[in-house]
Design a protein around this ligand. Structure first.
Ligand code: ZN
Length: 566
């Protein structure tokens, strides 16, 4: 990253800026294919649109001239700004000032905030045992000891115990304020969550980034979340996702519920694949971030009018981003029930039956549109088709969109078409798995495009045998250290480096998404490479053995390698 501006700041800026909006304000983006927006390239003369902008990757690429980059690159090239000016412009947009000195670099490192949040979570957790009323409440809600521990449930006591315990120094008190735990009124400080049951909110990697607090009586607001901080954005986090990922190596299905209690009750009853939105409407960010973990997302709503409205809103959010490899379902619960009450009443098996029988996205869409429409009349049919097309047109091009159109044609016995523009898709899947360098190239493409995958790799790949492993390991390390890293931000680490161009070309390649899930595909590629490397070592040693020059130690090692291989 650049010399004078702290790299944490560049990450922060790139994380907050929406590249699609930034470019769209200068070059109107229109067509949409999958996750990509297209326009005629502003960097070369052309008649057909080959300039693509990816929302999920926060990265643009021109198939015509090869222009590419993140938000900083775009401003440098389009507005002809120098690097610091481009950063300055972006920072202004999100209301921040660019720090330049060493001291501000220290201030921008968030490690002390993570530590503060973790200490606060431990403090609240310990307090729960010392507050009979709170502990009784938890027990009365039927929450088990194991759940209390797994989710580090806690209690925020009244008074200034928190301040006395964790805010002894000026610096510590400031950190408590920055994380939104401590509020100030005149000269007094008070715990934002006082007298509430505490649900620590972990990010995907298990670091506490904020809290949810629930009252124990009927006072309002029933739930209170941490305010938005540099570490916590409500629309980004899903409560319990970390725990779900801890328990399940693969998540064939993920259930999205509304409340903390819903999530943990399901977990306690053995439905360990749920996560909760934090009392806000589902965001595209939350949903998109799940595509790499699962191939089925089930939204769970209360059966009342509020639940129906929330479901319809969720549908509008997901339509433009539905990928072909993820199926969506909508589950509506009986009146006056929520997942918490229902799973306790009818148990795991009955609840899961509801989940598997939940309406698919297309069933839900078509059925809802059909309400109050009489399909036996020409007028009704026309209204129905128009309403349906109004929604279907938002879908990205692909198999699913075509299936919906076919469905609509059959339902209405009408010949309907939406003008569909096809984009060519380049597959980078290796043709044969024996091709070492293409395996690495494939794994590297996946890693660059879905940096979160790095969290699932425990060790680097032994280097020296397969070309490119050093670079792969370097990226692995960067991605492992960062939270919610986009492709655009990742490439920022390679600005002015010789590898940058190659990485950018891998970043823009359309990967055909594998049936058995991104994660298993990625881990599979790594596993194959490790096997090849091992086979290579064995071969070398056997050659040496044939010359009779193996030491007894090497002989032992060779034996081990051969045994492990099987
Ligand atoms: Zn171009």
């Amino acid at each position: 990253m650049a010399d004078h501006i702290p790299k944490e700041f560049l990450e922060l800026v790139l994380q907050r800026i929406d590249l699609v909006a930034l470019i769209d304000a200068r070059v109107p983006l229109r067509k949409k294919t999958g996750n990509n927006y297209f326009a005629c390239c502003p960097f070369h003369q052309e008649k057909t649109a080959s300039f693509s902008v990816s929302h999920s990757k926060q990265f643009y690429y021109c198939f015509g001239c090869g222009a590419h980059g993140n938000a900083i690159d775009f401003l440098m090239n389009y507005d002809r700004l120098r690097f610091p000016e481009a950063v300055e412009t972006l920072a202004k947009q999100i209301g921040m000032a660019v720090p330049h000195s060493k001291t501000s670099e220290k201030a921008l490192s968030f490690q002390h905030l993570y530590t503060t949040l973790d200490e606060a979570a431990a403090f609240y957790h310990a307090q729960l045992r010392q507050a009979p009323k709170a502990f009784a409440y938890i027990k009365q809600r039927g929450i088990s000891e194991e759940i209390i521990r797994t989710f580090r449930l806690g209690y925020a006591p009244r008074g200034d115990t928190l301040l006395q315990t964790l805010g002894k120094t000026e610096e510590a008190r400031k950190a408590l304020q920055e994380t939104g735990i401590l509020n100030q009124k005149d000269t007094r400080f008070y715990d934002r969550f006082h007298e509430r049951i505490i649900f620590p909110i972990d990010d995907r990697r298990g670091r506490c980034v904020g809290f949810g607090g629930r009252v124990m009586d009927n006072s309002e607001p029933k739930y209170l979340n941490s305010p938005e901080t540099p570490l916590f954005q409500k629309g980004h986090e899903l409560y319990g996702l970390h725990q779900a990922l801890q328990v399940n190596r693969q998540l064939p299905r993920l259930l999205i519920v509304e409340g903390y209690m819903d999530m943990i009750s399901l977990f306690q009853y053995g439905i360990t694949y749920a996560a909760a939105t934090l009392g806000t409407a589902t965001t595209a960010y939350q949903v998109q971030s799940l595509f790499r973990y699962t191939s089925e997302i089930v939204f769970c709503f209360d059966g009342d009018n509020a639940g129906r409205r929330a479901a319809w809103r969720a549908l509008q959010v997901i339509l433009p981003i539905v990928p072909d490899h993820v199926q969506f379902r909508f589950l509506f619960l009986p009146d006056n029930e929520d997942p918490d009450s229902l799973v306790r009443r009818e148990g795991k098996i009955a609840f899961e039956k509801r989940v598997t029988e939940a309406q698919t996205l297309s069933q839900y869409l078509f059925q809802t549109l059909m309400t109050d429409i009489d399909l036996s009349t020409v007028d009704g049919k026309t209204r129905y088709i128009n309403a349906a097309l109004e929604h279907i047109k938002h879908l990205p091009e692909g198999i699913f969109k075509n299936a919906l159109l076919t469905d609509l044609r059959q339902k209405t016995r009408t010949d309907i078409s939406l003008s569909v523009e096809k984009q060519s898709v380049v597959s980078t899947r290796p043709k044969t798995s024996s091709n070492r360098s293409s395996l690495l190239r494939y794994a590297l493409s996946l890693l660059i495009q879905f940096p979160d995958l790095a969290q699932h790799v425990t060790e680097p790949i032994p280097s020296g045998i397969i070309p490119g492993t050093e670079l792969f390991n370097q990226i692995l390390e960067i991605a492992q250290q960062k939270k919610t890293l986009s492709t655009g931000t990742l490439l920022e680490f390679f600005r002015t480096q010789p590898e940058e161009k190659w990485l950018a070309s891998l970043a823009q390649e359309e990967l055909s998404l594998p049936q058995n899930g991104l994660l298993s595909e990625f881990l599979g590629a790594i596993h194959k490479m490790r096997k090849q490397i091992k086979a290579h070592f064995i071969q070398k040693m056997l050659e040496k053995a044939a010359l009779g020059s193996l030491s007894s130690e090497e002989k032992h090692e060779l034996n081990q390698l051969i045994i492990e291989k099987e």
